[in-house]
Ligand binder design. Structure first.
Ligand SMILES: *[C@@H]1O[C@H](CO)[C@@H](O)[C@H](O)[C@H]1NC(C)=O
Ligand SMILES: *[C@@H]1O[C@H](CO)[C@@H](O)[C@H](O)[C@H]1NC(C)=O
Ligand SMILES: *[C@@H]1O[C@H](CO)[C@@H](O)[C@H](O)[C@H]1NC(C)=O
Length: 182
């Protein structure tokens, strides 16, 4: 997996992105958990139904299902991960009342959130800005943040899903969350 930018739905660049098109698919890949919890470690992630035409990223600790295949579509500027069966683009659902945000795949190209992969194939989000100090500053080097957790969530169904903890400080407010790498 390249350290290519995985751009999931963006509003700002939407028009440009659509005009450009994300029509060059990468090789297919799996998303695999790393965790100190042996039940989670090595588990492949599944796309799972979370509502009408909406797929979440679920954990099947029983390992009944094999993991889903993902790929990212590339344009000249960006690449965008999607679920190949449905060609769904990812976005992140969050609530102002929670510090936990849920990655979801849904149809449409109008907005997306970006994820990135480092040289070791770990999925991260980049941090450009430090507002934990006074005054806040833009960072001179991008910091890679890996705030992935596995938590019991209920979007429409009670499921163990991959969730992003918002903020660089603090602990997940969902007490079921376990820290993982993806
Ligand atoms: C990804 O690329 C394939 C093949 O070109 C295309 O059929 C599909 O619609 C694209 N998906 C997205 C989300 O752009
Ligand atoms: C390990 O993960 C499984 C699945 O989420 C969970 O049921 C179990 O309680 C976890 N074990 C520990 C020691 O946290
Ligand atoms: C996303 O955009 C691509 C390229 O413009 C298009 O082929 C695809 O059908 C679009 N996908 C959706 C779900 O609208």
């Amino acid at each position: 997996m390249k350290s290519a930018i995985l751009t999931l739905l963006a509003s700002a660049g939407g028009a440009l992105v659509n005009a450009q098109g994300y029509l060059i698919p990468s090789n297919p890949f799996r998303l695999v958990l790393r965790s100190i919890n042996g039940t989670l470690d090595g588990t492949e992630l599944n796309a799972c139904h979370q509502g009408a035409a909406t797929e979440g990223v679920c954990v099947d600790t029983e390992r009944i299902y094999s993991g889903s295949t993902f790929f990212h579509n590339t344009s000249i500027y960006h690449s965008k991960p999607s679920n190949p069966d449905a060609s769904l683009t990812p976005g992140i659902l969050y609530s102002m009342a929670s510090n936990m945000a849920n990655p979801l795949f849904s149809p449409g190209n109008s907005s997306y959130d970006a994820v990135y992969f480092d040289e070791g194939e770990a999925m991260y989000l980049p941090r450009y800005y430090d507002d934990t100090r006074t005054p806040p500053v833009y960072l001179t080097a991008v910091v890679r943040v890996e705030n992935w957790c596995v938590c019991l969530t209920k979007i429409n169904y009670l499921r163990e899903t991959v969730v992003w903890k918002i903020r660089v400080r603090g602990v997940p407010q969902n007490p079921t969350c376990q820290k993982v790498r993806v």
